[in-house]
Design a protein around this ligand. Structure first.
Ligand code: FES
Ligand code: FES
Length: 157
């Protein structure tokens, strides 16, 4: 199969390209769009570092081909901030609650947590733990990340 034209709206900007069918959405985002905040850790769906929103749903962009995202909306970590360019409430909470150390995993966590809290604005601790289980952090004990999620959900840290 030859190369395929795609049109993907990324953070509100329409991106058009001709891609090989094997090109992943994560590579498309990083290499074709120059948006390197989407990190690539495992490249097989385990670590969650590559998480983006695809038509609003959190997906692992290393497991999605760019051609599968044709005609859809993608939001990356670069699109998570407020309209004034400031930090989103989730980003602010991660900073405030020390929810990061090296930061490699952080974009994936922020995207996952943003979608999670949109769908579950008042989660229980068990729901938070379950929601975070799809993102791996090699640096922290997760306490800061859990505290960040709690604080955004209005339950304090
Ligand atoms: S790089 Fe996609 S889940 Fe790890
Ligand atoms: S802060 Fe380093 S991997 Fe999570």
């Amino acid at each position: 199969m030859g190369d395929v034209p795609v049109e993907i709206r990324v953070n509100g900007d329409l991106r058009t390209a001709i891609v090989a069918p094997r090109v992943t959405l994560s590579d498309f985002i990083r290499e074709r769009c120059g948006l390197t905040g989407t990190h690539i850790g495992c490249e097989h769906g385990v670590c969650g570092a590559c998480t983006v929103l695809l038509d609003g749903e959190a997906v692992r962009s290393c497991l999605v081909f760019a051609v599968q995202a044709d005609g859809q909306d993608v939001t990356t970590i670069e699109g998570m901030g407020g309209p004034d360019g400031g930090l989103s409430p989730v980003q602010e909470a991660f900073r405030h609650c020390h929810g990061l150390q090296c930061g490699f995993c952080t974009p994936g966590f922020v995207v996952s947590v943003t979608a999670f809290l949109r769908d579950n604005p008042e989660p229980t601790d068990a729901q938070i733990t379950d929601a975070l289980s799809g993102n791996l952090c090699r640096c922290t004990g997760y306490q800061g990340i859990v505290a960040a999620v709690r604080s955004v959900s209005g339950r304090g840290s």
